[in-house]
Design a binder for this molecule. Structure first.
Ligand code: IMP
Ligand code: MG
Length: 189
């Protein structure tokens, strides 16, 4: 038997069908809200890439996309209050309506400490909003205004549809919870 990434999944939390249906709804909502407004989706690498690829095809007003990479934080970084933007946008943002696309908002520190909203506004973006596929509000440590959210989930470590554990499982077409022998202890308490 071939061993696949599916073998490591204990539970499918959000099926492929449910994901696709919700992404289509979000696309409709975004298309309505951005009618006549030049839209730029800005995905946060790497996790948001899969979601963004589906989302933009569910949007039927003119839209372009780009990506930024934000360095991950350790506790030292968090206390120093610095999160670097490792790959920035080259395009001129003047007058463009930016929608930041994130895979999951957990503690909120990544979005907050990167000052990404402020930095994009400082480059004359007409507006900056946030779209997150998943929201884990029970884990939040700092406020993040999420304008479009796909699903609210409980405090469990999830993988798939772009989300990874150590670079694995991004290619699952659904959101799943790993078997405990694969993900270890702490992450799914
Ligand atoms: P925050 O800064 O705590 O909001 O973390 C956001 C980032 O942590 C996300 O963009 C993910 O890369 C990662 N993350 C948080 N929770 C999960 C999860 O359950 N599975 C995979 N990655 C996660
Ligand atoms: Mg991420």
């Amino acid at each position: 038997m071939v061993t696949t990434i599916h073998d490591d999944i204990a539970e499918v939390l959000i099926s492929e069908e449910l994901l696709q249906a919700r992404v289509r709804q979000l696309g409709k909502e975004i298309s309505r809200d951005y009618e006549g407004k030049p839209l730029l989706l800005v995905g946060i690498l790497k996790g948001a890439a899969v979601f963004l690829a589906d989302l933009i095809r569910a949007i039927d007003v003119p839209a372009d996309y780009d990506f930024v990479a934000i360095s991950s934080y350790g506790n030292a970084t968090r206390s120093s209050g610095v999160v670097d933007i490792k790959k920035d946008i080259d395009a001129d943002l003047t007058g463009r309506h930016v929608l930041i696309v994130e895979d999951i908002v957990d503690t909120g520190w990544t979005l907050r400490l990167s000052y990404i909203t402020e930095k994009l506004l400082a480059r004359n973006a007409a507006s900056v909003r946030i779209c997150a596929l998943l929201d884990k509000p029970s884990r939040r440590e700092v406020d993040v205004d999420i304008d479009y959210r796909g699903f609210v989930i409980e405090d469990r470590f999830v993988v798939g549809y772009g989300l990874d554990l150590a670079g694995r499982y991004r290619n699952l077409p659904y959101i799943g919870v790993l078997k405990s022998d694969v993900c270890g202890d702490a992450r799914n308490k």
